[in-house]
Design a protein around this ligand. Structure first.
Ligand SMILES: [Zn+2]
Length: 350
């Protein structure tokens, strides 16, 4: 797979703090203001589209979706997570009225290899580990999309296996989604970056806030025999030592199979003809990064040092090897979303 590098470098003196919503708004206006207006106008005149977000687990699909709707307008865009949808079905099965509606919908719409009675039975006493057959996922996604007529759908978690990639080619026809187009949004994030994100993740045991000791530290740092640690600085939390979630020390190891499958889906989607594609890359070779992006668009790494009893936070470029072993910088979410907006305007010829 060969994903182009989007040039978002402007090189002027203006720097943006991309974690500040107000500055982020100005940033987007500067980097792709024209495209944002075009896309907004397009959506305001009644157009929508379905985007299949394809990328490895933990590649940031949720973050990109959230930022995309923040920029384009949350009222026009729906992030539809198939994982959340399946969890919601579990709850629907507990409510007699909702369950009856669901069963009625399935009786009208389901076609597949398993008897509907068996599927309903498995929905009733499903443990979260067992997977639902593709045909049922398909019809449930269809139901969710139909509920969201007139909106852009960012579909996250479908296709999740190779068979579903083929389904997705005809999905637009299946769901009768007016004449609006669909697009594959392929997100390429190296394994190492996902691995590091998991390993450095720290959670507040009191308020569940999630930060990163290496990539997104809090403003307060502590130190004990285990080394430096983050102190939660959420406004409504009285603070405390943030800790590693059990299992995170293994990094990507427990989800390696899932990641390899996601990678295969990405490759298959990449090779398909006929469906337009938006290609997003998170990592850029470090030796050329400065030709393409401004410094503040790169994800910094943090480390700590104690000087005269005071802990200092050191910020420096974060360099990580990609899947081919090339030393790379990782982009912040905002420049990736800039690339997404520009490419969407191009593929839909807006
Ligand atoms: Zn907290």
């Amino acid at each position: 797979m060969d994903f182009p590098i989007e040039k978002t470098k402007m090189g002027d003196d203006r720097k943006f703090n991309l974690s500040d919503p107000k500055e982020r708004e100005e940033y987007f206006k500067l980097k792709c203001g024209v495209e944002i207006e075009k896309l907004k106008e397009h959506l305001n005149s009644g157009h929508t589209f379905i985007a299949y977000l394809l990328g490895k687990k933990n590649s940031g699909k949720g973050t990109y979706s959230k930022m995309f709707s923040e920029v384009i307008g949350a009222e026009k865009i729906e992030h539809l997570s198939v994982g959340d949808m399946v969890r919601a079905i579990d709850e629907e099965m507990q409510d007699p009225q909702k369950k009856a509606d669901l069963v009625e919908f399935l009786e009208k719409n389901y076609r597949g290899f398993y008897a509907l009675e068996d599927i309903i039975k498995s929905l009733e006493d499903r443990d979260t580990k067992s997977l639902l057959p593709d045909e049922i996922i398909l019809v449930l996604v269809k139901r969710e999309i139909t509920k969201r007529k007139g909106k852009v759908i960012l579909l996250d978690g479908f296709p999740r296996n190779l068979d579903q990639v083929s389904f997705s080619l005809f999905f637009r026809d299946l769901v009768d989604y007016r004449d609006d187009p669909d697009v594959f949004v392929l997100i390429d994030v190296p394994m190492n970056i996902i691995n590091e994100r998991i390993k450095w993740r720290r959670i507040c045991p009191k308020c569940n806030a999630s930060r990163s000791l290496r990539l997104l530290p809090t403003s307060k740092i502590g130190q004990d025999e285990g080394g430096y640690y983050l102190i939660c600085d959420e406004a409504n939390c009285d603070g405390g030592k943030m800790v590693m979630k059990e299992g995170d020390e293994k990094g990507i190891e427990p989800i390696k199979d899932r990641l390899l499958m996601d990678e295969e889906i990405l490759r298959k989607a990449y090779s398909l003809y006929g469906v337009p594609k938006v290609l997003l890359r998170n990592a850029i070779p470090a030796d050329v990064a400065r030709d393409y992006v401004d410094d503040y668009e790169m994800t910094p790494g943090y480390s700590f040092e104690t000087v005269d009893g005071e802990i200092k936070i050191i910020e420096e470029p974060w360099i990580v090897a990609d899947d081919e072993g090339v030393q790379c910088v990782s982009l912040q979410a905002a420049p990736v979303v800039v690339s997404m907006i520009k490419q969407l305007v191009e593929v839909f010829k807006i």
